[in-house]
Design a protein around this ligand. Structure first.
Ligand SMILES: C[S@@+](CC[C@H](N)C(=O)[O-])C[C@H]1O[C@@H](n2cnc3c(N)ncnc32)[C@H](O)[C@@H]1O
Length: 273
């Protein structure tokens, strides 16, 4: 243990020194060899990044929800830190991959996979949750830009494009919403269900970057902020998750400035009602 644990700390199991380190407004995304399996999904978290969040916002034994579970990175991080994870995904394929991944890590209990639509499944969870960490599909970006998955090269997703892969054909898949407004509305409905299940004074972190909608750069984080505040969440801060290994594209060159996204925003909110 690095530092002294304060007995008044009801939020997590960190010492003062460890807590302070995690309040930095930027983190460098950290890869480990256990991430390799996750690259069967087009947009997985990295385990170490999620471990940092879970260790900041929960104590051992607490319950963590990921309503967009993908290949279960949140569940792996929960297992590593002795938290109980609940992961929901409407894609059967990703639920099966999560099951396979848990087996590969020899995880037998403590982690739960629910295959279904978060809009319906969250309210059915028994009891309450202590933290929600998640990353929704980025609207229809995977379908729209037709660029597809990148091959892995030297352990990084920066090889040549190997084809388009998106999540599912389900009409309630956030990635299948025709308009950006529909995407935001559905996301908001799911977050309302999260708010109802979350214990009071507990946190929710949304990991998302800005992206283009109809070819226009869009401040997605401000829209997420408005939705979450309208539900009753209070904004706690944005942590920039630096992904300094992505290739740079000359999108607007030499005519106009167009940004290269080399980070995700981890936007954290607290339930204060
Ligand atoms: C960005 S990915 C999440 C990846 C995940 N963080 C991981 O580490 O693997 C978003 C996931 O949301 C799922 N999804 C989309 N709409 C959903 C809904 N309404 N209910 C449940 N899952 C949904 C997709 O199938 C996709 O796997």
């Amino acid at each position: 243990m690095n530092g002294i644990f304060d007995r008044r700390n009801k939020l997590n199991d960190l010492t003062g020194k460890e807590w302070l380190k995690l309040t930095k407004s930027f983190w460098v995304s950290e890869k480990c060899k256990e991430d390799k399996f996750a690259f069967q999904h087009p947009a997985p978290f990295l385990i170490k990044d999620i471990e940092r969040l879970i260790s900041m916002f929960t104590k051992k034994g607490m319950i963590v929800l990921d309503p967009f579970n993908g290949v279960g990175t949140t569940l792996i991080a929960c297992n590593n830190l002795k938290r109980k994870g609940v992961g929901i995904d409407l894609s059967k394929k990703y639920c099966n991959l999560t099951e396979k991944r848990l087996k590969e890590f020899n995880i037998k209990d403590g982690q739960k996979i629910i295959c279904g639509d978060s809009l319906k499944e969250i309210s059915k969870i028994k009891g309450r949750i202590d933290y929600c960490v998640t990353s929704p599909p980025y609207h229809n970006i995977l379908k729209n830009n037709g660029q597809g998955l990148r091959a892995e090269k030297e352990g990084k997703r920066n090889g040549s494009r190997i084809g388009v892969e998106y999540y599912s054909e389900d009409k309630n898949d956030l990635g299948n919403q025709k308009s950006y407004e529909n995407f935001l509305n559905l996301f908001g409905e799911i977050m309302l269900a999260v708010h109802k299940k979350l214990n009071d004074k507990k946190y929710t972190s949304i990991i998302i970057s800005d992206f283009t909608v109809n070819k226009k750069e869009t401040c997605v984080q401000s829209d997420i902020f408005k939705i979450m505040e309208s539900i009753g969440f209070e904004f706690s801060g944005t942590t920039i998750l630096l992904q300094d290994n992505k290739p740079l594209y000359p999108f607007g060159y030499p005519y106009a400035y167009k940004i290269n996204h080399q980070h995700q925003n981890i936007i954290t909110f607290r339930k204060n009602s």
